[in-house]
Ligand binder design. Sequence first.
Ligand code: NAP
Length: 287
Amino acid sequence: MTAAILDGKALAEELRAAFKARVAMLAAQGQRPGLAVILAGEDPASEIYVRNKVNACEAAGIFSQKITYPVDVAPATVLLKIAELNADPRIHGILVQLPLPQQFDAKTILEAIAPEKDVDGFHAANVGALAQGIPAFIPCTPYGVMKMLAALDVSLAGKEAVIIGRSNIVGKPLALLLINAGATVTVCNSKTRDLAQHTRRADILIAALGKPRFVTADMVKPGAVVIDVGINRLPLEEGGKLCGDVDFEAVKEIASLITPVPGGVGPMTIAMLLANTIESAERKSKS
Ligand code: NAP
């Protein structure tokens, strides 16, 4: 069997076209959606992510504000800026790019964002709402994964879903979403014994561990849906290209559906950030 490829880039483009109409409608009511992105330090990968987010906002007609700080910025300065943005009526979403420099306690920073502007969905109030099955803002990457599954009519109720990775930004929120959708969910981590024994049971296998081509064909059940969240840069001697956590070439011969890297979950993550920002502005316009 050769798997169908889940084209995240195409789906994200489709979504973004629909967003434009929603943004235009809000702008006509004087409520143009606005996103503020805070970047502390000069991490090259973070700079690229922030640039992509700001460009995506501009393309969708969303107002965006990029606030950058040097690596040694005092946490109090960033907290003050967040308080300002919380009160700014032009801003409907606030995003702090992670990871933060070492002097920061990320939890303190994320909790300072007003929950109703927390478009990354990392605030404890939003995590709690998601756990209760009444999400307000769903973290963008898991949200993107769920949209991809929905777009392809992948049924979830009663299915075995196995996630490799338990991070707060991917694995855990995705587990909650899949539980809410009625799947039977297993979440694996670096201490999991006999990982392949779990992955081979999966009707839906999600790799989010950050290890290039870690998931090999012998770890995958024939006909499984395989979602590759990983983004890894291969060493220069191996071509220096981006690759996922799944051995794409081998696994596509076994799976029924598979996401590529690049062009899979990545573009959907940015699309869902726009979706959350627009949603936030729509809520504000109705309040
Ligand atoms: P993370 O915080 O480093 O978490 C990695 C998780 O994988 C941890 O729970 C870790 O277990 C687990 N893990 C590591 N090695 C393992 C192994 N050998 N067997 C089983 N579990 C293992 O990473 P993250 O932020 O969730 O990101 C994961 C990957 O997704 C990265 O490649 C990242 O770049 C990518 N990512 C992509 C997007 C996108 O838009 N496509 C967005 C976010 C992240 P422990 O908890 O036991 O350490």
